[in-house]
Design a protein around this ligand. Structure first.
Ligand code: AMP
Length: 543
């Protein structure tokens, strides 16, 4: 017997309609690429999203067509999220920090019909134009007065001109909730990037899960500033979850330096923010150097890479900010787990609680997790055994766009994350490594993340990375690569002694190399492939 409830599809356009009706005057504030702060409310955003849809129809766009965006976090990008997906097309967000060849590759692979481009990214697009095979129009996300006069993009359209003569009365179509809504390519440190194609249903379900108290704890009292870019897995879903709950949104634009962020946190009374560890490093340094405080921020989500313990402690002790350590991936929309302590953890000692907070957290309902050994046998959830982490759920990919990479799911519909993790009886998951990064020393595994965290706890270390280097006896041994803070004294011996109190003796790095900078991927993760390349002929002193 079937239930008798309505079969109303879960569609992204309903989120903005809901916000316009019930939170119509809740603000969306943006630091624009042009410079000034722009403010309007959900009611205005909904109307302009409809104008976007009307513009796309006028340009001949049909449902299913891919529309590219090369843009920072701002109100026009937000309108595109809703206007494009709402009319049934696919919003393909492109990371402008990728190498030009990679951008050309993914625009062509996605067969983008139109590219919407922020003002400061137009010169890059001008250079790439001859490589694009399917792009029919480029739209400058600005008004005519800001357009550089010498730009050589034929038939360049201007966003504000396109929207100006549209009525904004478009009636969103209703369609199958499984319809594709947006497309995001994985950062692809090896091989070509692969497209993850989200659906309306997966996006709306992911927003419900993201808003839960033990996930991101979002509500109509939240003021959300996503530092994580709208081209990095849809800013972790925040532009969808915010209108769902009626939260105020603050978009930082292109200015992600500590000073600009801090100013917005304070003037807009931000309560919730999210980003990768590298941006928080810059913010913390700025606040420390200028003796600044945070008066309203309650939560800072740290995800994308492991949150170093020193960062969790500094946010908490010096700024009264609770870090929500989160884990996920593009293939998971991205939320897989968020760390909130359980009630009985609150009476634990500082050290015991920190050990829990270092874990990547518990999955919300909707994400199933298990760990398996090399033969695919499930390992115990005892917080000790570690193995390949597999996930499944309604906002997790079933395969890449256009079948790239073939059949990716294991038996039972499990998606292999490529991460190595432990699970404990309380449901907490802890990543010990990317499977490619784990150091295999004499048949035993050494976690590069644990070593990095231990090194980052030294006050003179700005950033640390650990890679495995060939060793004649042990196969691989850890090499610690360190970027020191400015004007500090720190040598190898001091650092190894410091680590000696934190990790098992046989885990201690065989050597330390000091560098001027640690390379990062386009999404802010440590670029281990480059480090391995840089140190491929490196001879350890123990070899
Ligand atoms: P991406 O799809 O680019 O977001 O990358 C996803 C990968 O980033 C995951 O598979 C993890 O290897 C890594 N990652 C994300 N969040 C965390 C975290 N909190 N701790 C450790 N690694 C993380």
């Amino acid at each position: 017997m079937l239930g008798l409830m309505q079969d109303r599809p879960l569609l992204i356009q309903h989120l903005i309609d809901h916000a316009a009706l019930n939170h119509g005057d809740t603000e969306i504030v943006s630091r624009t690429v042009e410079g000034p702060i722009h403010r309007y409310a959900y009611r205005d955003a909904q109307k302009r999203s409809k104008k976007v849809a009307e513009t796309l129809l006028a340009l001949g766009i049909k449902p299913g067509d891919r529309i590219g965006t090369l843009a920072w976090n701002g109100y026009r990008h937000f309108e595109l999220y809703y206007g494009i997906s709402g009319m049934g097309a696919v919003c393909h967000t492109i990371n402008p920090r990728l190498f030009p060849e990679q951008i050309a590759y993914i625009v062509n692979h996605a067969e983008d019909q139109i590219l919407f481009v922020d003002l400061n990214l137009l010169p890059a697009v001008e250079k790439l134009l001859p490589l694009f095979k399917t792009v029919r129009h480029v739209v400058a996300m600005t008004d005519r007065t800001h357009l550089p006069p010498d730009l050589k993009i034929p038939n360049l359209l201007v966003y504000e001109e396109l929207l100006a003569d549209k009525p904004g009365t478009y009636e969103w179509p209703e369609f199958d909730e499984h319809t594709a809504s947006s497309l995001c390519y994985t950062s692809g440190t090896t091989g070509n990037p692969k497209g993850v194609l989200y659906s309306h249903r997966s996006t709306v379900l992911h927003s419900y899960a993201g808003a839960l108290p033990d996930t991101l704890d979002l509500s109509a009292r939240s003021v959300i500033l996503p530092v994580v870019p709208m081209f990095h897995v849809n800013a972790w879903g925040l532009p969808y979850a915010a209108p769902m709950v009626g939260a105020k949104l603050v978009f930082p634009g292109v200015a992600l330096d500590g000073a600009s962020l801090h100013e917005l946190f304070e003037t807009e009374k931000v309560t919730f923010t999210a980003g990768v560890p590298t941006v928080w490093l810059a913010l913390l340094n700025h606040m420390q150097a200028n003796k600044l405080k945070l008066s309203t921020v309650k939560y800072a989500v740290i995800g994308g890479s492991a949150a170093p313990p020193a960062m969790i402690e500094t946010f908490d002790r010096d700024y009264g900010v609770e870090v929500l350590h989160a884990w996920g991936m593009s293939e998971m929309s991205p939320l897989g787990s968020v760390n909130h302590p359980k009630a009985r953890h609150l009476s634990l000692s500082h050290e015991e609680l920190l050990a829990i907070r270092l874990k990547q957290g518990r999955p919300p309902f909707g994400v199933d997790m298990k760990i398996v050994d090399d033969a695919g046998k499930e390992l115990p959830r005892d917080g000790k055994a570690f193995g390949d982490l597999l996930v499944r759920g309604p906002w997790i990919t079933s395969g890449y766009f256009k079948g790239e990479g073939g059949d990716v799911l294991r038996e039972g519909g499990w998606f292999p994350t490529g991460d190595v993790a432990t699970l404990d009886p309380d449901g907490y998951m802890q990543i010990t490594d990317r499977s490619k990064d784990v150091i295999k020393s004499g048949g035993e595994w050494i976690s590069s993340i644990d070593l990095e965290n231990a090194a980052m706890a030294h006050p003179a270390v700005a950033e640390a990375a650990v890679i495995g280097v060939a060793h004649p006896k042990w196969d691989e041994r850890p090499l610690l690569i360190v970027h020191r803070k400015p004007d500090v004294v720190l040598d190898k011996k001091e650092l190894i002694d410091f680590l000696g109190s934190k990790v098992a003796k046989w885990w201690l790095p065989d050597d330390v190399q000091f560098v001027d900078a640690i390379p990062h991927t386009a999404t802010g993760k440590i670029l281990k492939t480059r480090l391995r390349e840089d140190f491929k002929d490196y001879k350890l002193p123990t070899a």
